[in-house]
Design a protein around this ligand. Structure first.
Ligand SMILES: Nc1ncnc2c1ncn2[C@@H]1O[C@H](COP(=O)(O)OP(=O)(O)OP(=O)(O)O)[C@@H](O)[C@H]1O
Ligand SMILES: [Mg+2]
Length: 240
């Protein structure tokens, strides 16, 4: 069986009037099931654009993308939506929770269109909140939770539909050091214990160090790909 994520010469070109922005320029990447990958690179280098394509939120201008053997570069909107709902959990820097809605209801939302009873939806949401260590906080509103706790709710919401891939775009960007550490320990556990494939965007080397593999993006291209072990041994980008 091939890798879970395979992209080949992927391009994303935005057109704004007469101006073209080449946000992703020929990215070929393979990620195996169960990997934990950190994507690094300066602002505007194309990290989020690449993540959005990997997460089926967006399609490439050209190039190939196979997700678990399925050709998604040429898939229609309905297929992409179905893959997103089944396979992928998203976590963002800004949590993206619905304000006047309890933690439990926020986590329940992705199950809304599933053919399971409301009672079962509630049970699954409660279990996801327990997995992220938020027992007893089910009925808190986002504003009644700390930043780290809000990000845990967002992770529970990503987990509730039992995805195989977790995509996190700067999940610790709004958190203090201690909360960041807790969120990273949680993601590490989801990768190691629950077998989720995790891809994380970060600017910080100590956050990237939780991943086993680090990819460096510059100007829409992958310019480095190395193991964290190699990074910690002082080896440069490109070292395996
Ligand atoms: N919807 C869009 N329309 C036009 N240009 C876009 C769009 N989204 C991103 N871009 C451009 O594509 C390039 C890559 O943007 P992207 O958001 O992927 O960068 P990034 O690496 O995630 O940056 P940051 O670290 O600041 O989040 C930038 O030049 C950006 O201005
Ligand atoms: Mg970004």
């Amino acid at each position: 069986m091939g890798a879970l994520i395979v992209t080949k010469d992927l391009w994303k070109i935005y057109r704004l009037g007469d101006v073209e922005v080449h946000a992703v320029r020929g990215v070929s990447l393979e990620v195996e099931r169960g990997e934990f990958v950190a994507v690094m690179g300066s602002s505007g280098s194309g990290k989020s654009t690449l993540m959005n394509i990997i997460g089926c939120l967006d399609t490439p201008t050209r190039g190939d993308y196979w997700l678990d053997g399925r050709d998604v570069a040429r898939a229609g909107q309905d297929t992409l939506a179905e893959i997103r709902n089944r396979e992928i959990g998203f976590i963002f820097q800004s949590f993206n929770l619905i304000p006047r809605t309890s933690a439990l209801e926020n986590v329940q939302l992705p199950l809304f269109y599933r053919a399971v009873s409301l009672r079962e939806q509630r049970a699954q949401a409660a279990a996801a909140l327990a997995r992220v260590g938020l027992n007893g906080r089910e009925h808190h509103y986002p504003a009644q939770l700390s930043g780290g706790q809000q990000q845990r709710v967002a992770i529970a919401r990503a987990l509730v539909s039992a995805p195989s891939i977790l995509l996190a775009d700067e999940p610790t960007g709004n958190l203090d050091t201690e909360s960041s550490r807790e969120i990273m320990a949680l993601l590490e556990g989801l990768n190691r214990q629950d077998g989720l494939t995790v891809i994380l965007v970060t600017h910080e080397t100590d956050i990237a160090a939780y991943a086993a593999r680090q990819i460096q993006v510059s100007d829409g291209q992958i310019v480095g790909d190395r193991s964290t072990a190699a990074a910690q041994a002082g080896k440069g980008w490109g070292a395996q």
